[in-house]
Design a binder for this molecule. Structure first.
Ligand SMILES: Nc1ncnc2c1ncn2[C@@H]1O[C@H](COP(=O)(O)OP(=O)(O)OP(=O)(O)O)[C@@H](O)[C@H]1O
Ligand SMILES: [Mg+2]
Length: 238
């Protein structure tokens, strides 16, 4: 059976530091053990950089020869179709979870090696209910046999239940923290919430670091349960 094929155009590849940090993140994940296969990427607040990291990480895992499926579980708002200028008509997770389409129409091959994608689909009024269905877990369990890694992008963890619902069916979570935007207390709250879901926190990614101002950036973030070196100027390319 032929799956739909989509072409993604990445308008702004990450900078050198960003790409190096993504590679470090990939190898840390690969060393976290064979039982870590389904991973959710979340953050406390909107706009901290989850979706960018999920995509670049998925690409990098694919390049390393492992089969990866990126699942956009942000049913409240999808960025992938417009951000990567996808022209093909695609179906999405919300349609699948509400029983409107079958899985064959859900999974898309991409122009990146070993990388398949599931988009979020039309905005649904009840995202956490859809994601909490046992059918979603069963579906992921089947996909474990097909892919080496499943990466799940979610909405922010604070103030919305979706990330915690998804974490319940994942082996591990990565918490993205935007430098200077999240207090220690709030990060701890997100960590506790993930762990309550029974999901292992694999580590935190400190994102949007202003390297000019943070020569020794990252050190303090050890407290958040792990540290993946990660940096970008935090400024938009000019
Ligand atoms: N390291 C970085 N340096 C500078 N800008 C960044 C970096 N990472 C992401 N951005 C920018 O920040 C914005 C938010 O990124 P992204 O959509 O990945 O965040 P998100 O956490 O998925 O947001 P949401 O919670 O709304 O889904 C985008 O405009 C993106 O280009
Ligand atoms: Mg996002």
């Amino acid at each position: 059976m032929e799956l739909t094929r989509v072409t993604l155009t990445d308008p702004k590849q990450g900078g050198y530091m960003y790409n190096e940090a993504i590679k470090t993140l990939r190898s840390n994940i690969q060393f976290s053990g064979k039982n870590i296969q389904v991973i959710t990427i979340t953050s406390c607040f909107p706009n901290e950089g989850k979706s960018d990291i999920t995509f670049h990480l998925a690409k990098e895992i694919g390049k390393s020869g492992k089969r990866v499926l990126l699942i956009d579980a942000d049913i409240r708002k999808s960025v992938y179709l417009t951000r990567y200028d996808i022209q093909e008509r695609v179906e999405g997770l919300s349609s699948f979870l509400s029983g409107q389409i079958s899985w064959e129409r859900l999974i898309n091959r991409t122009n990146y090696r070993n990388l398949d994608m599931i988009f979020s689909g039309p905005v649904a009024p009840n995202p956490s209910e859809l994601l909490g269905q046992k059918e979603f877990k069963q579906f992921l369990d089947q996909l474990r046999n097909v892919y080496d890694y499943l990466l799940i992008d979610t909405p922010p963890a604070i103030g919305m239940i979706d990330a915690a619902v998804v974490a319940q069916i994942c082996d591990g979570a990565i918490l993205v923290i935007e430098s200077g935007a999240v207090s220690y207390r709030v990060a701890q709250k997100a960590k506790a919430q993930l762990e309550k879901s029974g999901c292992r926190l694999l580590g935190a990614v400190l994102n949007k670091v202003d390297i000019q101002q943070n020569r020794y950036y990252g050190g303090y973030y050890n407290r958040y349960g792990g540290y993946y070196g990660y940096g970008n100027s935090g400024k938009k390319e000019t």
